[in-house]
Design a protein around this ligand. Structure first.
Ligand code: KG4
Ligand code: ZN
Length: 349
């Protein structure tokens, strides 16, 4: 049972091949045979963010060569593929259409089923490919550029939303703050690197909804607070742009921003785990690569006897492996194909 997975929701083209046959699987998890990724970061950098039209065009250029590369690396041919999976959303419409179009065409040519996978389900299940995979049930913190959610996960396809952001996502808060600090795109990793050199107690930034008693988040106010802080620093140092500020001043704002975002994520995640009565937390999505978040979650979970699992660092951000994996786990959980339905390519922006 070979599954080819294609991810093209934003600025990475990812393709992967997993084997979901009984001999290759372990505890309902297919084996990853090969995966390949092309990141468009360098292309979008000049514009300070993702340009949707350029993203779509680049996916068109990359998706077939990457598919060939993955099949070659695994020593397999397209004719051997039993199911084609692709990211059906959410994401940029034009970018998603490229992956969907290629997957549906491959499925039609091969006479094999095609399956649209929700992007967040891919992220959510990605820790199953790590050296320390979780077991169901668990609480999941999904933190990406577009989403911030806490979920209770009882099995493949059994997801209960416990709380989510009411405005910006955590990754968006990282990215927008980074932009204000002149750190370019993608902002999260750059802000995190600079924060390592700063004093996180230098500025008191808001921790929105920290004591709201529910499991929701709000990050939109934080970027306004960062903007106010930056303006104050510009006035104090009598300069007009962030680039003219002494580097340690910018690093202090970065560190204070990161501390504010991470504190809220950690406290709410631990509260969700406590409320669920479960002893397992899974963290997934791009912001899950953040080292301060990992440190604080590791410490908080250890103190409470909670196991915490992450995807491997290279599978935290968007990739094809998580899409092929999610499709494989669905097949192994008997969720596919739905009664009488052999092709499922619902498109979902
Ligand atoms: O999951 P992902 O690749 O794409 C979405 O589905 O959105 O997540 C991308 C997000 C971006 O906002 C990026 O800035 C953030 O993850 N990110 C980080 C780090 N690495 C990626 N944020 C904070 N620290 C990091 N090390
Ligand atoms: Zn993503």
């Amino acid at each position: 049972m070979l599954i080819l997975g294609i991810e093209s929701s934003c600025d990475e083209t990812g393709v992967a091949l997993v084997d979901a046959s009984a001999a290759a699987t372990q505890a309902g998890v297919p084996r990853l045979l090969a995966h390949a990724l092309h990141s468009q970061i360098a292309m979008h950098q000049a514009y300070g963010g993702v340009v949707p039209e350029l993203a779509s065009r680049d996916h068109i250029r990359r998706v077939l060569p990457l598919s060939t590369e993955v099949l070659n690396r695994a020593g397999r041919t397209l004719a051997e593929v039993d199911l084609v999976a692709f990211t059906r959303g959410p994401g940029l419409a034009g970018a998603l259409l490229v992956g969907a179009g290629v997957a549906v065409a491959m499925g039609a040519a091969l006479g094999k089923p095609v399956l649209g996978i929700h992007h967040l389900e891919g992220h959510l299940l990605s820790p199953f490919l790590s050296a320390d995979p979780p077991e169901f049930p668990f609480v999941a913190l999904l933190v990406s550029g577009g989403h911030t959610q806490l979920m209770r996960v009882d099995g493949v396809g059994r997801y209960e939303l416990l709380g989510e952001t009411i405005d910006d996502a955590a990754g968006e808060a990282f990215d927008k703050s980074a932009k204000l600090l002149g750190l370019g795109y993608p902002g999260g990793p750059a802000l995190s690197r600079l924060a390592g050199q700063g004093d996180a107690t230098a500025h008191k930034l808001p921790r929105p909804l920290l004591h709201s008693g529910d499991l929701d988040f709000s990050f939109a106010g934080l970027k306004t607070a960062v903007l106010t802080t930056v303006k104050k620093q510009l006035a104090q140092h009598d300069v007009g742009t962030v680039a003219q500020l002494p580097p340690h001043v910018v690093a202090d704002v970065a560190a204070s921003t990161q501390a504010a975002i991470v504190e809220v994520l950690v406290k709410k995640s631990l509260a969700a785990v406590a409320q669920s009565g479960l002893k397992r937390l899974v963290v997934a999505g791009g912001v899950g690569a953040n080292s301060l978040l990992r440190q604080q979650l590791n410490a908080g979970c250890a103190a409470r006897g909670v196991r915490v699992h992450y995807p491997e660092l290279d599978l935290c951000t968007d990739n094809g492996a998580m899409i092929a994996l999610a499709a494989g786990m669905r097949v192994l959980a008997g969720l596919l194909p739905a009664s009488g339905e052999t092709i499922s390519y619902r498109f979902d922006v």
